[in-house]
Write a protein that binds this ligand. Structure first.
Ligand SMILES: NC(=O)c1ccc[n+]([C@@H]2O[C@H](COP(=O)([O-])OP(=O)(O)OC[C@H]3O[C@@H](n4cnc5c(N)ncnc54)[C@H](OP(=O)(O)O)[C@@H]3O)[C@@H](O)[C@H]2O)c1
Length: 324
């Protein structure tokens, strides 16, 4: 099969398309003919080579973990799927034409969704679920401040928070992104380049603050989040800021105490055991057809380096996807 592989860490070393042996599904696994794989920030972070995840890998490795495709073989004890079924979900080594997936980590891709959008759904929506449902436990009527509302996680969080009955304030850096967030359901968009997002959040909540905050760039925003959060609020740190994984932040600890607030970090690795529950609960909502993930740009597998460069540039609205 054809696969993109990283032979050397560092973004200056291009990935290569190689011919490698076809994988076979083991117990509890499916073999998928990949139709599309999303390119996520973590794919770039891992390629740099410094992260905890990168240190567990042996070179050369096949990047990617978001997939949409069709089931072509079913391993022992991987019940509930049919040959030819359209699925989406999490599977390691997804930048390849054949991908082995744990059956418990994928779900059926319902009709309204094409494969490219299907591949773009898992990381953003599963992370939004982790932040809003499992961690912040938001409820109807609460106000949620979502940073990076035009990004994958932020946009999924806007849609999920609205579906859960919350009022949503989203931060963005441009008018185009503000319009995009509003079309996804945000009640208000705050341009953090033009105004102080914490002051605006307090203004929009009558001085009370947001009940929950989804933070994707904590090194930059955490101090201000402590101003924007309400008493007993929950700040979920999803990202520290791309390229800032080793940076440290200074904040006044007393501010967290004064708000009786919780700051809760999450990483995807700890979500894996909960994926079966998440997919079971997310699937009926997905079948409603209202959760959408905009695909900003599609590249053939051979152009994975160009796809990474585009994501790194930040000059794309919507997800970057590889197509097979
Ligand atoms: N912990 C987890 O489980 C988990 C899972 C998935 C992703 N992540 C992390 O979460 C982060 C976001 O992922 P993603 O897939 O949504 O990335 P993405 O699609 O590239 O979106 C990132 C967004 O962040 C916005 N942004 C950048 N700096 C900002 C700031 N200071 N304040 C507010 N918004 C800012 C950008 O929009 P503007 O141009 O408007 O600034 C961009 O839309 C990444 O760091 C990723 O690694 C973590």
């Amino acid at each position: 099969m054809k696969a993109v592989r990283v032979h050397r860490f560092g973004l200056s070393h291009p990935m290569q398309v190689d011919e490698v042996e076809d994988p076979a599904p083991g117990p509890g696994e499916l073999l998928l003919r990949a139709k599309a794989a999303a390119v996520n920030p973590v794919d770039l972070i891992t390629r740099i080579g410094d992260s905890r995840r990168a240190k567990l890998l042996t070179l050369p490795y096949i990047p990617g973990d978001n997939i949409a495709g069709e089931v072509v073989a079913i391993g022992p004890d991987a019940g509930g799927f049919k040959i030819g079924q359209r699925v989406f979900g999490i599977a390691f080594n997804s930048y390849a034409s054949l991908v082995v997936a744990k059956a418990a980590w994928v779900g059926e891709l319902p009709e309204p969704y094409g494969y490219e959008e299907g591949a773009a759904l898992p990381s953003p929506f599963f992370t939004a679920w982790n932040a809003l449902v499992y961690t912040a436990r938001v409820g109807a009527g609460e106000t949620v401040l979502i940073h990076g509302g035009a990004g994958g996680v932020g946009n999924a969080a806007i849609q999920l928070a609205k579906r859960l009955g919350c009022r949503v304030l989203a931060t963005v850096s441009s008018k185009e992104k503000a319009d995009f967030c509003k079309s996804a359901g945000a009640d208000e968009a705050i341009n953090y380049r033009e105004e102080d997002f914490a002051a605006r959040c307090l203004e929009l909540t009558g001085g009370r603050g947001a009940d929950a905050i989804v933070e994707i760039s904590a090194i930059e925003n955490f101090k201000k989040d402590l101003e924007a959060i309400c008493v007993n609020g929950r700040i979920v740190i999803v990202g520290v800021g791309i390229g800032k994984e080793l940076a440290e932040a200074n904040f006044r600890v007393q501010s967290l105490m004064e708000k009786n607030a919780a700051a809760h970090g999450i990483v995807f690795a700890h979500l894996f055991p909960r994926l079966p529950d998440l997919i079971r609960r997310f699937s009926p909502l997905l079948r409603e057809g209202r959760f959408r993930m905009r695909v900003g740009r599609v590249f053939p597998l051979d152009e994975a380096n160009e796809a990474h460069a585009l994501l790194q540039s930040g000059k794309v609205l919507g997800k970057v996807v590889l197509k097979f």
